[in-house]
Design a protein around this ligand. Structure first.
Ligand SMILES: Cc1cc2nc3c(=O)[nH]c(=O)nc-3n(C[C@H](O)[C@H](O)[C@H](O)COP(=O)(O)OP(=O)(O)OC[C@H]3O[C@@H](n4cnc5c(N)ncnc54)[C@H](O)[C@@H]3O)c2cc1C
Length: 481
C-alpha cells in the first residue's frame, strides 16, 4: 500500500500553505507563531523549493541557489526566524569580474564601487554619488515607466563598461534586463550595495533543517510528497484544498507555487473576473537557468584568491539576451571552500550558473538532451580552466541541471528561476480581492524574488492573512510581526 503522507492530518486548518520555498516557509512560520493552525503542503520529498541542495558520493553536497544575497537577510531571519539562523549569515569578500572590458575584484558595496567607478572607470565623483543616491531612494511607488537602460543613459551615456559592471550581477541575481522598470534594478542593486554579498554558512541543508525545526516548535503541520491538485471556492470564499485524494477545509490559502500555475492550474477560471484573467495571462515568466556542479578531489583545494563569486564572460559587449543564449559566453562561478560547511567533510566545490531559455531545452529527444547537457559540461570546464588550471583532471564529479530539471523539482512553469516579471507582482497582490482568503507569496516581480525578496514577501502576505482572518472571526488577534 502506498504511504499516506497525510496520515493523522486534521480535516480543517486556519491556513493551508502550498509550497515550501522560502516564501511559503516564512509565511507558514509567522502564521503558526501567531497561533493559527497551519498545514504546509510540499509536492517534493524535500522542503526548500529552489533553496535546495543535493548529495553525491564522496561526501559532496551541492547548493543550488546559495550564491549570494543582500545583508537584509540578517534582519529578516532574526525577526521572522531565529537568532541562530541570522548569526550564520556571513559576508563574501571576493566578488570578481573577468570579461574583455575589465577584470577586477570587489567587496561589492557602495564604497568599493564608488572607488572603482572613479579610479578605474574615470567617472566623475559627483555623477557616481548622484547615481547611488538616486537608486537608493527608489521605491515601489515610483514611476515605473523609466527603464533600467534609460536610467543608465541618464548617468553614464555611452559607457557600456560601466553598465556591465552595474548590471551584470543583477541580471544573474534575478533575470532582470535593461528593458525592465528601473525601480526593480534600483531596489535590488541598492540592497546589495548597502553592505555587500552574504551567504549562509553551513549550507542550504543546515538552513532548511533549522527552519523546519523552528516551524515544528511553532506547530506547523509539515507534509512532504503532497501535490495540491485544486483549491476549492464556495460562495466566493476559500473552502478547501484537494491533495492526495483528500479534501482539507481551510479559511485561507497561501500559494507559494508559481503565480501562473496558482491562477490557471489550481483555481477554476470562473472565480476570477475577466480583467483579472487578462492581466494574469499577460504576466511574463522570468527566465530559467542551467547549472554545472563540480567537485574537486577531496585532497585538492584552490587558492582563496580565486574568489567566491566570479562573473566571467567572453562576450565583447554586455547584452542581456546574450546571457540567456544556448551559445554560452557568460557564466557565474561560485567557489565553495571547506568553510562553507565548517562541520562538513572539507570539500571544495564549484557551481557554474547561467541564465537560460526554457524553449532552448524543451522538446528534445533523450539522446539530444543528454548530448546538450554534456556539451554544457564540456564548455563549462573549458571556461573554468582559466581560473582552475587542469580542472578536468582535478574534478572527480561533474553533472548538469537545465530548465527541465528546475521545472521537474519545483513545478515552476518553464522552470522559471525567479518567478515572473514585474507585472506579476500586481496580479499576485490582487488575488485576495478576487477571492477572499486566497493569497500568493512567492517569486514574482523581480523585487519579490531571490532569498531575501521571497522571505520578505512571505512576511507581508502572512500579515495580510492575519488581518483577513481577524476581520472575519469574532476573536481579534494581536499582530505580532
Ligand atoms: C539556479 C538558481 C540560482 C539562484 N541563486 C540565487 C542566489 O544566489 N541568491 C538568491 O537570493 N536567490 C537565488 N535564486 C532564486 C531563489 O532561489 C528563489 O527566488 C527563491 O528560493 C524562490 O522562493 P519561493 O518562495 O518563490 O519558492 P520556490 O523556491 O519557487 O518554491 C516553490 C515551492 O512550491 C512547491 N509547489 C509547487 N506547486 C505545488 C503544488 N501544487 N503542491 C505542493 N507544492 C507545490 C514546489 O515544489 C516548491 O518547493 C536562484 C535560483 C536558481 C534557480
Amino acid at each position: 500500500m502506498p504511504k499516506d503522507f497525510l496520515k493523522d492530518a486534521a480535516d480543517a486548518y486556519d491556513v493551508v500553505v502550498i509550497g515550501s520555498g522560502l516564501g511559503g516557509l516564512t509565511a507558514a512560520n509567522i502564521l503558526a507563531r501567531d497561533g493559527m493552525s497551519v498545514l504546509l503542503l510540499e509536492q517534493h520529498y524535500k522542503l526548500g523549493g529552489m533553496a535546495t541542495w543535493f548529495k553525491r558520493p564522496g561526501g559532496h553536497i551541492f547548493d543550488i541557489s546559495l550564491h549570494g544575497f543582500p545583508y537584509g537577510m540578517v534582519k529578516s531571519c532574526r525577526r521572522y526566524w531565529t537568532p541562530e539562523i541570522a548569526d550564520s549569515i556571513v559576508q563574501l569578500h571576493g566578488v570578481r569580474f573577468d570579461n574583455p572590458m575589465f577584470s577586477l575584484t570587489t567587496t561589492f558595496n557602495r564604497s568599493d564601487f564608488t572607488k572603482l567607478l572613479i579610479t578605474d572607470f574615470g567617472v566623475e565623483q559627483g555623477t557616481v554619488e548622484q547615481f547611488f543616491d538616486t537608486v537608493r531612494n527608489m521605491n515601489f511607488y515610483d514611476d515605473q515607466s523609466l527603464t533600467t537602460r534609460e536610467l543608465f543613459d541618464q548617468f553614464f551615456p555611452g559607457r557600456e563598461d560601466v553598465v556591465r559592471l552595474l548590471m551584470e550581477p543583477i541580471t544573474y541575481a534575478n533575470g532582470s534586463t535593461l528593458e525592465d522598470p528601473a525601480l526593480t534594478y534600483g531596489i535590488v542593486f541598492s540592497n546589495f550595495m548597502s553592505k555587500g554579498v552574504y551567504v549562509f554558512q553551513g549550507g542550504t541543508d543546515k538552513l532548511i533543517k533549522s527552519m523546519e525545526k523552528e516551524m515544528r516548535v511553532n506547530g506547523v503541520d509539515i507534509r512532504i510528497n503532497c501535490d495540491v491538485q485544486k483549491i476549492n471556492i464556495s460562495q466566493g470564499k476559500i473552502a478547501s484544498v484537494q491533495v492526495n485524494g483528500r479534501t482539507i477545509r481551510t479559511k485561507a490559502v497561501v500559494s507559494n507555487a508559481n503565480l501562473r500555475a496558482t491562477i490557471f492550474n489550481l483555481i477554476d477560471k470562473e472565480h476570477f473576473d475577466k480583467q483579472f484573467v487578462d492581466e494574469a495571462e499577460a504576466v511574463r515568466l522570468n527566465n530559467s537557468s542551467t547549472q554545472v556542479y563540480m567537485a574537486l578531489h577531496p585532497d585538492d583545494s584552490i587558492p582563496r584568491d580565486t574568489g567566491d563569486l566570479l562573473f566571467c564572460s567572453t562576450a565583447d559587449r554586455f547584452q542581456t539576451d546574450l546571457l540567456l543564449s544556448r551559445d554560452i559566453t557568460s557564466r557565474t562561478f561560485s567557489f565553495y571552500y571547506p568553510d562553507t560547511r565548517p562541520d562538513g567533510k572539507g570539500r571544495t566545490l564549484i557551481v557554474s550558473s547561467t541564465n537560460a531559455n526554457y524553449e532552448d531545452w524543451i522538446g528534445m529527444n533523450k539522446v539530444d538532451y543528454e548530448a546538450s547537457k554534456q556539451d554544457l559540461i564540456d564548455s563549462t570546464l573549458d571556461s573554468l580552466e582559466k581560473y582552475v588550471p587542469n580542472c578536468r583532471e582535478r574534478i572527480t564529479h561533474v553533472e548538469a541541471a537545465t530548465p527541465i530539471t528546475f521545472e521537474h523539482y519545483t513545478k515552476h512553469i518553464n522552470g522559471a528561476s525567479f518567478g515572473t516579471k514585474f507585472e506579476g507582482l500586481a496580479v499576485s497582490r490582487a488575488l485576495p480581492q478576487q477571492i477572499p482568503g486566497m493569497y500568493h507569496a512567492g517569486s514574482c516581480g523581480i523585487i519579490m524574488s531571490g532569498w531575501l525578496g521571497t522571505i520578505n514577501y512571505g512576511v507581508i502576505v502572512a500579515n495580510d492573512v492575519i488581518n483577513h482572518l481577524s476581520s472575519t472571526t469574532s476573536t481579534s488577534r494581536a499582530i505580532t510581526t
